[in-house]
Ligand binder design. Sequence first.
Ligand code: ZN
Length: 443
Amino acid sequence: MSGLIPQRFVEDLLDRIDLAELIGSRITLKKAGGNYKARCPFHDEKTPSFNVRPDKGFYHCFGCGAHGDAISFVREFDGLGFTDAVEELARRAGMEVPYDQSARQEMQQARTLTDALDYASRFYQSALKGQQGEFARDYLKQRGLDDSIIEQYQLGYAPGTGTALFDSASKDLQGPLVETGTVSDKYGRPRDLFRNRVMFPIRNSRGRTIAFGGRTLGDDKAKYINSPESDVFHKSREIYGLYEAKQSIRQLDRLLVVEGYMDVIALAQNGIHFAVATLGTATNQDSLSALLKQVRHLVFCFDGDQAGYRAADKALENALELLTDGLHLQFLMMPDGEDPDTLVRKEGPDAFQERINGATPLSRYLFNRQSEGLDLTLPEDRGELKARVEPLLKKMPRSTLRDAMWHEMLRLCGNNRGDWQNRRQPNGKADTANAGCRNNGLT
Ligand SMILES: [Zn+2]
């Protein structure tokens, strides 16, 4: 929709925005002459190489090359799309965005859909508090959730009768409810999609409801179901719990990526407010990109069983292509049979926080995993390791991290032809014993 906001307005808006004030409202700036300096919000650094030039209307980072104007800053820092970023800046400047006719209609329609979904969310919330919500309340209490968390995540209850939501809605909301799939009209008559379920509203970056997840309280075969995709809900782009995390933590610098709604909420209940869940089936590249737009540091949490490791492998493989310097990815495998929800309740927030802090860096996870079952004292197995790892590393963009991992691969495979290892030996001898390979060199 970016073409539908007149360019002249965008330029006018950029003229009116004080870039230093805007960026200063999100990170700490230090004055340096007519300019400002800061530690870069887009990569990890100790000394400030992020420069803001309010007179020229741009920022530039000499460390990672991040560069742009007020709109790109808001897009990157707040994780917003172009239109939302312009809206945000226009609000700051007290201006109204002059959409053209078709854009206005599109926005109006999206607003109607989120209005209907917000209505449904309020309906489910009040049903949870009412008489029929008793079992749902018991369920949530059993899971250790208190009222403030239930309120923060706006949990609700969808009654078991077939059309409770539809019947309660006014005429002008019924259509949009059907359009978003919250009410199904598959068999020619309306029927609520979610029945006898605990409801988890999924909210966008502005806090509007765009979809739901629902957990059954009965013996329905589908334990969880989600809203279908709609004009306002694109599964792979949305991150459950992100809005709430941002409400709780002003400077969100890392995210713990878990698998389920209940994991996110149980962690928040235990004081860990930076957990989110992706809504796609796996951590695909769209979801990964969406996550990396928010923070530079991700900790992926997976079950410790076979399926969990497979999911972690998949996440790793998808992440490799996106791995530039300054990104920090870690893996946290749960003990077998546990998930974050059960584990944090069992061992408490401090122990869980310690697990997060000790999560395995991506590079180590990769080498550990790929050398499983190999005996690196054997030349054959060293060859096998190289055959497994090399194609993975080749997916990575050129970076210091890639070089370092490449060297690690050569070290593990006992390839001493490169002079790299010799340089590291103070006595000038090659590391022929290669103790690293004997025990995998891994911990
Ligand atoms: Zn930077």
